[in-house]
Design a protein around this ligand. Sequence first.
Ligand code: ACO
Length: 418
Amino acid sequence: MTSRADIDVRPIDASEFPDWQRAMNIGFLHRPTLDEEILDARRAQFTPGRSTAAFDGGRCVATFRSFAQELTAVGGAAVPADAVTNVTVSPTHRRRGLLTRMMAQDLAAAKERGDVVATLIAAEYPIYGRYGFGPATWATEWTIDVPRAGLDPRWAGPEDGGRIDLVDAEDVRKHGPELHERLRRSQPGVVSRDELWWKVTTGAVRFHATFHEPYYVIYRSASGEVEGIAAYTADDKWGDGKQPLNTVRVKWLTGVTPAAERALWRYLCSIDWVVAVKTGYRAPDDLLPHFLPDPRAAAVTTHADWLWVRILDVVRALEARTYEAAGSLVLEVADAGGLAGGRYRLEASADGAGTCAPTTDNPDLSLDVAELATLWLGDESAVRLAALGRVREERAGAARQADALLRTSRRPWCPDIF
Ligand SMILES: CC(=O)SCCNC(=O)CCNC(=O)[C@H](O)C(C)(C)COP(=O)(O)OP(=O)(O)OC[C@H]1O[C@@H](n2cnc3c(N)ncnc32)[C@H](O)[C@@H]1OP(=O)(O)O
């Protein structure tokens, strides 16, 4: 076995990209051979200094990439984020500390750049907590049993004066970005999408060998404004009795008003032949089940942690978000990574604004930086974390007070995988 010191961990240059991509395919159990068209397409994601590798004897055995992203905080402000992705270590080199080395380099660089948080979607739950990441949003998928939903089968379109139209990929690339920007301004947990995201999602740029072209529908309100878009595919299944038994799979659905959401879900549940709709990953408190006369027709098929957040700058993170109540709280934040630890006083005012500064006052709550990330987007309860022993109350009642300040009436949601 090569000794730890012989394995070089460093950013790659453009000429090393094919070797890096091959290693990533191996780590993700994809085909190890490279398709030139896909390789060329993926080169568009290469930013010097942000793709790291480990090399053993000249061969790439681990990959790591980060890119500039914005994450919506509670209240709608966007914070600069270091989005981590493409993390792999070849099976021949696992559990020798390569991920730990790549992560340490990347987080230090992100801190230096001034990113407020780092983000990622974890392949497996146990990997990233040790690096100060905490699960900050959750995702729920429902499968709707359409015949049980109690919907009127005579539905012929939205009753609110709006309309739904099938459109092509070009329309999605035209209207999608502005719609997403609207969502981003109002929904904590949403991340920014660049132009490449829209090209990949609509098949204009291929990142995978197969692309199942979806159907696209746009919802326009009575005044003609685009308020929702959905992308979905359908299978082709028939029962023995010559009944259609098709399932619709929603690739993504963005609605910026409840009317748009209602109309798009209603549409999807009204397509002839369709008996089941798989919703894709939604916010756990999505309105969807309650658009159905019988909400039990929507059964939860997946419920899991989704976006993980690592706070790099406690002061800016806490000042970027708004608060549900006025109050003051001193947090003792432990950070084994040495990036964001310390004691901070948060002051929230009645108008929702917050200020934060280092303090030497007695702490109200002690917690790890990973737990702070979990609380920061408003989804988790400090009372619950205290019960689990993951947050310590230094003053009786402090966890309850933290919940009054930090928790939000609607849950955060990250619709993207990256
Ligand atoms: C954001 C994303 O890209 S998510 C995708 C992550 N990638 C994958 O899941 C692909 C398959 N897995 C892998 O490539 C690798 O196993 C990785 C990247 C998850 C881990 O890489 P490694 O180099 O083996 O991790 P490293 O040796 O630095 O481990 C550090 C610690 O984390 C632990 N650890 C690492 N991976 C896991 C895991 N999957 N489950 C549980 N513990 C883990 C190690 O045991 C070690 O613990 P220790 O410090 O107590 O000894």
